[in-house]
Ligand binder design. Structure first.
Ligand code: SF4
Ligand code: SF4
Ligand code: SF4
Length: 279
């Protein structure tokens, strides 16, 4: 992928040098990029990829934009991230693990000594509590999602290359879900975090009859009390809501708020809880 410089009428065209890195992750975010056959060639003509372990063997430490997937859970990752930060003009947190710990941060809630013993036996690996990238170094841009939509990554990269501003939807997933003319999953007996989750995935899950678990983190405005009222109205408990909110780490402040008070009956005239429909 490290191609010769492009030129037009003898004038060299400058493409930004882009590198992809992974810390503690499943590599699903990077896979999204290489899976994108339909637009991969166009995308590659826009940038020069100089480091992408999942897709190429060549490596260079000279790049302008670094995409980092995964969260930080080992001391060597802290050093690696600082090194990447020192080289990159723009550091992009790619995916929920990088943005807010993702599914990895669930480990912070448990004593995993027995798991480590079971998996690593006499060769334990020293790990630390999981942290998001911006808990270690400044991050210029966050691309949300587990994994992010490849269309969104391409849009953002195109804007970066063209020097245009990068914007993220501020409204919730429900807006996209309704635009896709889906039947609300609450009506089908599934709890869904679409009302408070940042849109931009085109209601990926709910359009495929899967509830939203909030992988993109909170929308700009989160009405937690109303979300809780909706849950109760359809017969789901606050605990069910918390379980989902905790999954990707983006709603940590909301979880703290909910756990910080004892379970209370719904206030403010919410509708009476409705029984879950039998499937
Ligand atoms: S955000 Fe999701 S897809 Fe990306 S590395 Fe983390 S777990 Fe994998
Ligand atoms: S299924 Fe979820 S995202 Fe869609 S309208 Fe219902 S609550 Fe909103
Ligand atoms: S619907 Fe929710 S869980 Fe699914 S991709 Fe979108 S934000 Fe993530």
């Amino acid at each position: 992928m490290m191609a010769d410089p492009l030129s037009y009428l003898g004038v060299e065209l400058k493409r930004p040098r882009v590198a992809f890195f992974d810390l503690t992750s499943c590599e699903g975010c990077q896979l999204q990029m290489v899976n994108n056959e339909a637009t991969l060639l166009d995308f590659l003509s826009l940038v020069e990829i100089v480091n992408f372990r999942e897709a190429m063997t060549e490596k260079s430490d000279e790049y302008e934009i670094a995409f980092v997937e995964g969260s930080v859970s080992r001391a060597d990752e802290v050093e690696r991230l600082k090194e990447i930060r020192s080289r990159a003009g723009i550091l992009v947190a790619l995916g929920s693990c990088a943005c807010f710990g993702g599914v990895n941060q669930l480990k912070n809630q448990y004593d995993l000594r027995w798991v480590k013993q079971e998996v690593y036996g006499d060769f334990p690996i020293k790990t630390s509590p999981v942290r998001a990238l911006d808990q270690i170094v400044p991050v210029d841009l966050k691309i949300y999602g587990c994994p992010p939509r490849k269309e969104e990554v391409e849009r953002i990269v195109t804007n970066l290359v063209l020097g245009k501003s990068v914007t993220m939807p501020e409204y919730p997933v429900c807006m996209e879900c309704k635009a896709n003319e889906n039947i609300c999953l609450f009506e089908l007996g599934e709890p869904c975090l679409g009302p408070i989750t940042r849109a931009g995935c085109d209601a990926w899950c709910t359009s495929n009859r899967r509830a939203c678990w909030g992988c993109r983190g909170p929308a700009e405005v989160v009405n937690l009390e109303e979300m809780e009222r909706i849950m109760h109205r359809y017969g789901f408990s606050t605990e069910t809501m918390v379980e989902r909110l905790e999954c990707f780490g983006g709603f940590s402040s909301q979880v703290k708020k909910l756990k910080g008070r004892s379970a209370q009956p719904v206030k403010g005239g919410g509708l009476a809880p409705r029984k879950r429909k039998k499937k």
